[in-house]
Design a protein around this ligand. Structure first.
Ligand SMILES: [Zn+2]
Length: 77
């Protein structure tokens, strides 16, 4: 069983340990706590979402933009 330093107190704990024997922190073998990893996942989803939105918006503008410009440049009837 590999030992890693606890993320909270540095005490050597088993990676599979549920709680640190030194300080009682949960999942001491994990680099990130559940909350932190949830936040990272949320952040990645946000970045990917905004990226997709940007690409989709850019694509839509390239498709619709020339039509809109053509409509606008038409002389009013
Ligand atoms: Zn600890």
């Amino acid at each position: 069983m590999p030992l890693v330093p606890c993320r909270a107190c540095g005490h050597s704990v088993d990676t599979s340990a549920q709680a640190c024997p030194g300080c009682g922190a949960t999942n001491p073998g994990r680099k990130l706590s559940k909350q932190q990893s949830d936040f990272v996942v949320l952040l990645i989803q946000l970045i990917v979402g905004v990226g997709l939105l940007f690409v989709a918006g850019n694509w839509a503008w390239n498709q619709i933009g020339p039509i809109v410009k053509a409509q606008l440049s038409k002389p009013a009837q």
